[in-house]
Structure formats: structure tokens, C-alpha cells
Ligand binder design. Structure first.
Ligand SMILES: NC(=O)c1ccc[n+]([C@@H]2O[C@H](COP(=O)([O-])OP(=O)(O)OC[C@H]3O[C@@H](n4cnc5c(N)ncnc54)[C@H](O)[C@@H]3O)[C@@H](O)[C@H]2O)c1
Length: 251
């Protein structure tokens, strides 16, 4: 794992109670940043904090449902109250209602509220605080379903295309004010979100077949891209949806 020298910096990660978010929270801490670990699941978030503490890092848990404007406001305020500033934000919380009928009103609304409106609410509050301290870097989690179509999941696909659009908007809006905004677009990654599908040998074989590299990705492989995008090494990169997908969207 690369150490990007983020000592004295502060990172906020949503959906940090597991999977990609936890891997990113651990990676920020490894680089020296203090991390506000945010999730709707308290025990899972506290476990991430414990793992960061065990590797000698600094982290605090903050309960937050990203679809609730008041909770998002309180989350960003907590980063400043606890650590004094906000430099990096990874807006990663999301749900995948795979198998459900996403044309069902409630399923559609929940997907859009969490996956898309949640990212907008986070960006809005984070940018306000970052502007006060001269800038920062935001990374949003989209998906390969934010880049290409998916015939089975209208809400997930629309929400993730929306995240790519919001990312491009944010990049342009704050480009000359010191805030870079990018997105990661993971392929199929081995997390709780995909565990049930991947446990089925037939589905797993299909996943491996549709991925040119022939395997699922690891959360750490997404975290590596997030850390780079936040770091000064990506200082001239903004507005980009970066696919980390083993080649799936290359076809
Ligand atoms: N795993 C994949 O194959 C894959 C592929 C492409 C994109 N993604 C995206 O990556 C992100 C992370 O997914 P993951 O695979 O790590 O899944 P995960 O289920 O392991 O983790 C998601 C985390 O988000 C939290 N969360 C859910 N709803 C929330 C809410 N309203 N507010 C705050 N936290 C909430 C959950 O409690 C959980 O800890 C999601 O946005 C997902 O859509 C995942």
C-alpha cells in the first residue's frame, strides 16, 4: 500500500462500515490522514475504527444515513468539530437492489435517494467546508453501471450515471477554487454487496467471463485508485470517472 503522506489531513468516508469504504478508510489512515468513518450501521463502522486504531491510525465513527440532509450536514460538521478541517471526501455509500423490480416505486425511490441524492447532499456540504480552507479532493463511487447500460437495473444504472454527471458538474463548478472532483467506477468487487451472487457458482462463472481479467476485484484495488485521486499525484485530474474493472468496460 502506498503512503501518500497525508499527515495532518482529514478524510471522510461514507459507507465505511465494510467493503470498498472500509478499505479506503484503512488506506487513508495508512497514509496518515485522520478519518471520519461514516455509515448507517454503527457496529460495522466501529469495527472499521477499531481496525484503523489497531494499525496505529486515527479515526472516529459518525453515524450517517447519506439520504438524510440533516444527518449529512451533521456528519460534515463532525469532521470539522473532531479534526478541525476536511481535506478529502469519499462519497461511497450505496445500495444495489439486484434481483428486485427497480420499476417498483419504493425500490426506485430508495436507490435514487441513497445512491444519487446522497452523493449530492455530501458534495454540497463538503464543498462548503473545503472552500473555507482553500480546497480539497472529492471522490464519488459510481460503477461500471455509470458508464454502460444494464438491462436489469434501471434505478441502479440511472443513479450511477447520475453520480458521473454530478462528478463532472462538481469538477467544473469548483475547478478554479481548489476542489477536484472525480469518480471511481468499480467493476464487480468482492464485498458483502456481491457475496450472495458470487456464492452461486454459475453466477460467479458469468462474472468471471464478463471480466477480461477473469476475476472479481478486491476492495483494496478500488481504495488504491481513490487514494491516488485524492493525492497531490493527481493534482491535475478532475471530472474523471475512472473505471477500475479488470477491463469489463473496454469491450
Ligand atoms: N461491490 C461491487 O461489485 C460494486 C461495483 C460497483 C460499484 N459499487 C459501489 O461501491 C459502493 C460500496 O459498495 P460495497 O461493494 O463496498 O458494498 P457494501 O455493502 O460492502 O458496503 C456498503 C456500505 O454502505 C453502507 N450504507 C448503505 N446505505 C447507506 C446509507 N443510506 N447511508 C450510509 N451508509 C450506507 C452500508 O451499511 C455498508 O457498510 C456502493 O456505492 C456500490 O454501489 C460496488
Amino acid at each position: 500500500m502506498i503512503n501518500y503522506g497525508m499527515d495532518g489531513k482529514v478524510a471522510l468516508v461514507t459507507g465505511a462500515g465494510g467493503g470498498i469504504g472500509r478499505a479506503a478508510a484503512l488506506a487513508f489512515a495508512h497514509s496518515g490522514a485522520a478519518v471520519l468513518v461514516c455509515d448507517v450501521q454503527d457496529a460495522a463502522g466501529e469495527e472499521t475504527v477499531a481496525q484503523i486504531a489497531a494499525q496505529g491510525g486515527k479515526a472516529v465513527f459518525q453515524h450517517c444515513d447519506v439520504s438524510d440532509p440533516a444527518q449529512v450536514k451533521a456528519m460534515v460538521a463532525a469532521a470539522v468539530a473532531k479534526f478541525g478541517r476536511l481535506d478529502y471526501a469519499f462519497n461511497n455509500a450505496g445500495i444495489n437492489s439486484v434481483g428486485a423490480n427497480e420499476y417498483d416505486d419504493a425500490t426506485w425511490a430508495r436507490s435514487i435517494d441513497i445512491n444519487l441524492t446522497g452523493v449530492m447532499l455530501c458534495m454540497r456540504e463538503e464543498a462548503e467546508v473545503m472552500l473555507q480552507s482553500g480546497g480539497g479532493a472529492i471522490v464519488n463511487t459510481a460503477s461500471i453501471n455509470g458508464l454502460v447500460g444494464n438491462g436489469a437495473q434501471p434505478a441502479y444504472t440511472a443513479s450511477k450515471h447520475g453520480v458521473v454527471g454530478l462528478t463532472r458538474h462538481g469538477a467544473l463548478r469548483w475547478a478554479n477554487q481548489g476542489i477536484r472532483v472525480n469518480a471511481v467506477c468499480p467493476g464487480v468487487i468482492d464485498t458483502a454487496m456481491t457475496a450472495q451472487a458470487a456464492a452461486n457458482p454459475e453466477i460467479r462463472a458469468k462474472i468471471e467471463q464478463m471480466t477480461p481479467m477473469g476475476r472479481m476485484g478486491r476492495p483494496e484495488e478500488i481504495a488504491a485508485a481513490v487514494l491516488w485521486l485524492c493525492s497531490d499525484a493527481a493534482g491535475f485530474v478532475t471530472g474523471q470517472p475512472i473505471a477500475v474493472d479488470g477491463g469489463t468496460t473496454v469491450y
